[in-house]
Design a protein around this ligand. Structure first.
Ligand code: FES
Length: 216
């Protein structure tokens, strides 16, 4: 069944620079080319959470049922018009994220740059290690990286951005020697319960905003 997957234009904090314009172009172009594949996986979950048009337009929090996401799988939902990757990481993937040889290959392994909320500034860049929640937009020029979850001896699982070859691990941490300057952003989110995520809302006591990060 064909499913329409609409990725609206992201909002701008400042007047767009030539680079921002190119970032947006690449983002929209890759969104269009990956729409069918993303939608086929995301649709059951999007249908289930069923946010109102008002909530979508306002960029309000989006509730996602993650109970059917098996280890090794990713679903993609939209929040504020941006793709949000939600990954159920396997035990092998969690081990790879902590491997010192892999950490040496990353540009910012300790997440020093402000690309995540304080409650995700940890080794897994997440609230619960087994679930990654990432904004799926490459920090180079804004393409949507593709999911490469299989862990091998020299690959911890992660993402490849085919626009210019940037690579990220399954915590969204960027590798050294690629064009992307920053880790993938982590949006504000919280667990309502073990099976329910709320994207766009913080745990109690935090007021993190995606507008505060270095690079979207
Ligand atoms: S947009 Fe250039 S590597 Fe991702």
């Amino acid at each position: 069944m064909p499913v329409e997957y609409v990725v609206p234009r992201p909002s701008q904090k400042t007047a767009p620079s030539p680079q921002a314009t190119r970032r947006e172009f690449l983002y929209l172009a890759t969104a269009a080319t990956t729409a069918i594949g993303v939608a086929s996986l995301a649709w059951p979950f999007l249908d289930q959470m069923n946010p109102s048009a008002d909530v979508i337009a306002a960029g309000g929090p989006v509730t996602v049922d993650i109970s059917k996401v098996e280890p090794g799988q990713q679903i993609v939902v939209t929040w504020r018009g941006r793709p949000i990757f939600i990954v159920h990481r396997t035990p092998d993937a969690l081990t790879a994220l902590q491997s010192t040889s892999m950490l040496d290959r990353l540009r910012d392994p300790q997440s020093q740059a402000l690309q995540q909320p304080p409650y995700a500034k940890n080794w897994s860049r997440s609230v619960k290690p087994e679930f990654a929640v990432l904004v799926g937009i490459c920090t180079h020029l804004g393409c949507i990286p593709s999911f490469r979850p299989t862990v091998t001896a020299d690959w911890p699982g992660g993402y490849l951005c085919q626009c210019h070859g940037s690579k990220y691990d399954l915590a969204g941490r960027v590798f050294r020697g690629v064009p992307a300057p920053y880790n993938l952003p982590v949006p504000p989110y919280r667990f309502e319960n073990d099976a329910t995520l709320v994207i766009g809302d913080n745990p109690q006591g935090s007021n993190f905003s995606l507008d505060d990060i270095n690079q979207l």
